[in-house]
Design a protein around this ligand. Structure first.
Ligand code: GUN
Length: 307
């Protein structure tokens, strides 16, 4: 018998979350006469950033969040961005502020992130929110790791006492995700580029979360039988770089767009070994958007005094 892993559909779970957020926003309008507002600062012309910002705005429209995008030139200075943030910090109709990363080299990213009011920091990148996450205080948590935990919880995957291996140690995903797993009483291992024996750690994982940005990093011999595999990678593979297997699997994408998106996990080989697996696309990506919308709702609820 061929075993097939259950697919954890971020697309489906994110729809549920968006419906819940939408219902809460309708209640806010009825009870308080207000709607949440999100401001997104986009600097430069990074194509991936443009796509991400557009899908964040589409998500806002779907649930009834007022969204505003501020586009700034590639040559912008740190001070120019700080001025915009100051204005947004003082506006009553803006409850969430996010600055799309990466920023150009001349901009001091830390200064920018620290200028956002921690109460409007829906990305959860402000050191105050990061510190509160460590201390397990009520705070904004970055949307991607929050989405990962939410998809595990809504799939009824227990975390307590499990071996969880996080591949990737970024501030945006790896570090906060490791803390969330730890807060759920998982035994957490964090791997990164200097990890000597990656396979030893991935093979030990009941829950394997991969956010390295390296296509095909995780092969089937690196995964324990029955593991839960969450793939955070988003890698664009163009037709000229694709294997014949990928060309066949994603024929429609290549015919239409000359490219496809894959994660960090060798999906076709790992899937038969896993008990649950999240696909790319349609896994963590849509969860990130849904959790950002939820964070924005949370920010607005606090300011209008709604439980
Ligand atoms: N760039 C990549 N991921 C993110 C994210 O979650 N938030 C922001 N602001 N920028 C990003």
């Amino acid at each position: 018998m061929i075993k097939i892993a259950e697919i954890i559909s971020g697309t489906e779970i994110s729809k549920q979350i968006k419906n819940e957020v939408k219902a809460e926003i309708e209640r806010m309008e009825k009870e308080k006469g207000k709607r949440p507002g999100l401001a997104v600062i986009l600097v430069g012309e990074n194509p991936a950033s443009k796509v991400y910002v557009a899908s964040k705005q589409r998500g806002c429209e779907q649930v009834g969040i007022m969204s505003e995008s501020i586009k700034m030139d590639d040559s912008v200075s740190t001070e120019d961005i700080l001025k915009e943030i100051e204005k947004l910090n003082s506006r009553d109709d803006i409850h969430g502020i996010l600055v799309q990363l990466p920023l150009p080299e001349q901009v001091d990213k830390n200064k920018v992130l620290e200028a956002i009011s921690p109460d409007k920091d829906v990305d959860g990148f402000h050191p105050i929110n990061m510190g509160k996450l460590v201390a397990q205080k009520d705070c904004f948590v970055p949307a991607t790791p929050l989405g990962i935990i939410e998809m595990l919880k809504r799939t009824n995957i227990a975390l307590k006492g499990k071996n969880a291996t996080m591949v990737g140690h970024s501030e945006i995903v790896g570090k906060p995700c490791s803390l969330l797993l730890l807060n759920e009483w998982a035994t957490v291992t964090i791997c990164h580029i200097e990890t000597r024996d990656l396979k030893m750690h991935t093979k030990d994982a009941d829950i394997l979360i991969v956010a390295a940005g390296v296509p095909y990093l995780i092969k089937e011999d690196m995964v324990k039988e029955g593991a839960v595999v969450i793939d955070v990678g988003i890698n664009r593979i163009t037709k000229d770089k694709a294997s014949s297997e990928l060309l066949e699997w994603r024929k429609e994408d290549f015919d239409k767009k000359q490219a496809t998106l894959i994660g960090d996990v060798d999906y076709l080989r790992v899937e038969p070994k896993a008990s649950y697996i999240s696909p790319v696309p349609g896994g963590v990506g849509p969860m990130t958007i849904a959790m950002l919308l939820k964070n924005t709702l949370m920010a607005a609820k606090k300011t209008v005094g709604m439980k």
